[in-house]
Design a protein around this ligand. Sequence first.
Ligand code: FEO
Length: 163
Amino acid sequence: MLSKKIEAILVEQIEKEGFSCNLYLAMATWAEESGYPGISNWFYAQANEEHTHMLKLVHYVIDRGGKAIIPAFKKPPVEWKSIKDVFVQALGHEQMVSKSINDIVGACLDEKDYATYQWMQWFVTEQIEEESQVKAILDKLNLLGDGSLYNFDKDIMSFRSNS
Ligand code: FEO
């Protein structure tokens, strides 16, 4: 059984993962409209992953006797200044999510909820990978400078891991 405190922060995380899904959908549609099919596919795939993260939390809360509340999500932005800007924003978002996951892990220790602490380790590892993928993309974009994005758009799916 989850404590009320742990249940509440897991429900907050459901909101953050759901918002992440919508944010990446918004980035995907913006990239598709802007003529970058590869980048748009990357963000659509990322949105699917975030949906999976949200459902993982939903099922865990229910399995542990809590109430998984599906919130209203705030509307994500609709425009970005450039391809680089969209990935800078994505990295900032992932860093925020990583901090949130760390806060949950810390709260689990405070509450002596070792089962949830253990279960959350999957998210800890996932966040390392998510930040690393976006950083690698930004490194490549920085190397490109103002050069053509055509080949980058074709190659971007090679940055996806198999998880
Ligand atoms: Fe599920 Fe990208 O955080």
